[in-house]
Design a protein around this ligand. Structure first.
Ligand code: CCH
Length: 287
């Protein structure tokens, strides 16, 4: 406590596993979307991190700048206040953790608790105190665009084609919301389970343009329940992306291994970790 600190009493070091368990405990909610906050927490960790630009070494998860304007209101971040807000009680319970560490840890917890791979995670991010360090708008991918755009956006972060495909496999989770992105619907039939099903659906369904007033998107011909954006379809239409997606559709273990590595890398982009710091493994609550 502040009193103990003032009296020079050593603080109990923060146990990140306790923070992890607290995040795991708030994921399920029958009244929200498909029953879990997991997907939107994965998206928060990704949008906090994916603003990184390797040329200027700016953006990325350090600073948790999305708390501030103008980044909080960037179009790509619509709906992410939901994710930031549900983590507030955890920040109150564990005031020592930075928002930047909490958001990325919560992304890891969500992936693992929804049945995904272990993602080694490293603490050490600090919080900005104003929006001065907010990245400019436009560093995150635009779902209406194709493979050329994806490569520009992800090469700027320092990813290669294989890593891009692995990362987008996160669309096994969650859904599009008309009041957030304008798109509508989930990519898979089990949107709260981490799997390689994004790739199996992309390759196995027949995709037809959806007839509606909204932005151009595709629907599975058989049921119309599932969706792909134009950007998602570029993982089918681009030969290099397709061959990688095919490998992940055939081999879920390979996808898990590659997703873990690429997601861990994403969450660390641009973060000035202390010398000698090492990633830690946070245990799934069902282990
Ligand atoms: Fe994504 N994503 N994403 N995405 N995304 C959306 C939702 C999720 C793109 C566009 C969209 C990644 C890459 C891309 C998630 C994780 C990742 C939505 C709907 C759009 C649009 C938002 C809404 O309406 O709520 C595009 C374009 C790319 C290009 O590559 C990557 C990388 C990741 C993580 C590693 C997750 C999870 C969701 C579901 C969120 C939810 O609320 O259910």
């Amino acid at each position: 406590s502040d009193l103990q600190k003032a009296a020079g009493v050593p603080q109990k070091p923060l146990d990140y596993q306790e923070v992890y368990n607290a995040v795991a405990g708030l994921l399920d909610n029958d009244n929200y979307d498909d029953g879990s906050y997991g997907p939107v927490l994965v998206r928060l960790a990704w949008h906090a991190s994916g603003t990184y630009d390797k040329h200027s070494n700016t953006g990325g998860s350090n600073g948790a700048t999305m708390r501030f304007e103008p980044e909080a209101s960037h179009g790509a971040n619509a709906g992410l206040a939901v994710a930031r807000n549900i983590l507030e009680p955890i920040k109150k319970k564990f005031p020592q953790i930075s928002y930047a560490d909490l958001w990325t840890l919560a992304g890891v917890a969500a992936v693992q608790e929804m049945g995904g791979p272990i993602v080694p995670w490293r603490p050490g991010r600090t919080d900005a105190t104003s929006g001065a360090a907010c990245p400019p708008e436009g560093r995150l991918p635009d779902a209406s665009q194709g493979q050329k755009h994806s490569r520009e956006i992800f090469y700027k972060m320092g990813f290669n084609d294989q890593e891009i495909v692995a990362l987008v496999g996160a669309h096994a989770l969650g859904r599009c919301h008309t009041d957030r992105s304008g798109y509508d619907g989930p990519w898979t039939r089990a949107p709260t389970t981490f799997s390689n099903d994004y790739f199996t659906r992309l390759l196995e369904e027949k995709w037809v343009e959806k007839k509606w007033d909204g932005p151009k998107q595709f629907a599975d011909k058989a049921t119309g329940d599932l969706m792909m954006t134009p950007n998602d379809m570029s993982f089918y239409n681009d030969r290099t992306f397709y061959l990688q997606a095919y490998k992940y559709a055939k081999d879920g273990d390979l996808f898990f291994k590659d997703f873990s590595a690429a997601f861990a890398k994403l969450l660390e982009l641009g973060v000035p970790f202390p010398e000698g710091s090492k990633p830690i493994v946070l245990k799934p609550t069902n282990a």
